[in-house]
Design a protein around this ligand. Structure first.
Ligand SMILES: [Zn+2]
Length: 389
């Protein structure tokens, strides 16, 4: 495997991107416009698609226009915040020390985007029969919202890609599966009363508590009964409640309660059935609530739905990623990515990128320059590839 030292241009681009604050709550436009302008200098026009209030955008660009199909390099431009974390370096400083590039997003996952951009001239010169597509999204960290528009957009543009490489940090080991992440808010509307008059009330907290127990019972059921998927830290689906709010005073039967819960479903599990079971249970509780007060009820709101991902070691894109990274094996990852969304839209997908998830979202996040060199070798190899597989 080629393992040359990292090009100064690649490192400089990674530092430039890390220095831009693209925490999910903020706009990512400075970063997207920077990439657009860099591509424009190479004669590549990028397509930007914006969110509703025009504060964020996805970028899609094709390097090798006119080639019949292509390989997507996919990345998200947003990062998680660092509030309350104890950093010893500036999260936006992009400091290089001891063979590491430090900063929020250095591992997850601006370095991959920067390296893809640094290799744009090489992709343009490539004699490969396929194009390279850049697909850089917003709002991944808060629920993969950007990428769905991006895929729709790609379809509109008549692009039907051969394969997708999602550059999330896997230490450059091709990853072929992860669980899904599905989060919901459940709002219980009861009927308020003085706490001395409980028979005339519907206690929202008590109803919500029964719902919470339902979620917990389901989690126990997954642990007890679900066929194992070996390779994950927890080889079965999980369910848990993350937040619960309700009540205003000790002597008032609460009218409102809400809680948030999530499923992390195995790629082999049916998450639709899981959520349907929770909703079904809610519907079974409603008649006794409505008997007291017809305006009561239980409602659900989707917070995020990041599908699980199941690729295959036999997929050509996986074999190509193995060849380009010099890795024999494959791995599973414990975090959600956009890979499942690409895969479910019919595009063979693999997750492979520089840096470790152990550093992602952590204080003093970093990516090692060695990992960046490996990613560079991967991308150079991709530019020289004639055939996927
Ligand atoms: Zn990420």
């Amino acid at each position: 495997m080629e393992n040359t030292s990292l090009s100064p241009r690649a490192l400089e681009l990674a530092q430039t991107l890390v220095r831009m604050n693209t925490v999910s709550a903020n706009s990512n436009l400075a970063l997207i416009h920077f990439i657009r302008d860099e591509l424009k200098r190479l004669g590549v026009s990028a397509r930007l698609t914006y969110n509703a209030d025009k504060t964020k955008a996805n970028l899609f660009a094709t390097l090798g226009e006119g080639k019949p199909s292509g390989v997507i390099l996919s990345g998200h431009t947003d990062t998680v915040p660092w509030d309350g974390q104890d950093w010893s370096v500036d999260p936006l400083g992009a400091e290089v020390r001891d063979g590491k590039l430090f900063g929020r997003g250095s591992a997850d996952m601006k370095s991959f985007i920067a390296l893809a951009l640094a290799h744009a001239p090489l992709f343009l010169e490539s004699k490969a029969p396929f194009a390279i597509h850049f697909a850089f999204s917003y709002d991944e960290e808060v629920g993969c919202f950007g990428v769905k528009g991006l895929i729709a957009d790609m379809r509109d543009a008549g692009v039907s890609p051969l394969a997708c490489i999602v550059g999330e940090p896997t230490s450059m080991v091709p990853a072929i599966a992860h669980k899904g992440v599905y989060r919901y808010r459940c709002c219980v509307r009861g009927k308020e009363a003085h706490s001395s008059l409980t028979p005339q009330s519907v206690n929202a907290i008590e109803v919500a508590a029964r719902m919470v127990v339902k979620v917990r019972d389901m989690a126990d059921g997954f642990q007890r009964d679900e066929p194992r998927y070996e390779g994950f830290d927890v080889p079965f689906s999980t369910a848990s409640v993350g937040q619960f709010h309700g009540g205003i005073a000790d002597n008032v039967v609460p009218r409102d309660a809400e809680f948030r819960y999530e499923f992390r479903d195995l790629p082999t599990a049916d998450v639709g059935a899981m959520q349907a079971e929770v909703v079904g249970y809610a519907r079974s509780l409603e008649p006794m609530m409505k008997k007291v007060a017809p305006e009561t009820g239980i409602e659900f709101e989707t917070i995020c739905e990041i599908p699980s991902f199941l690729g295959s070691a036999a997929d050509q894109v996986t074999r190509m990623a193995q060849r380009l990274s010099g890795e024999q094996g494959t791995t599973l990852v414990a975090f959600g990515t956009e890979a499942g969304i690409f895969r479910k839209s019919g595009i063979p997908t693999v997750v492979c990128g520089p840096g470790s998830i152990l550093q992602a979202h952590q204080p003093d996040e970093y990516v090692s320059l060695e990992q960046l060199s490996r990613c560079q070798a991967f991308l150079r190899g991709l530019a020289a590839t004639q055939e996927i597989g």
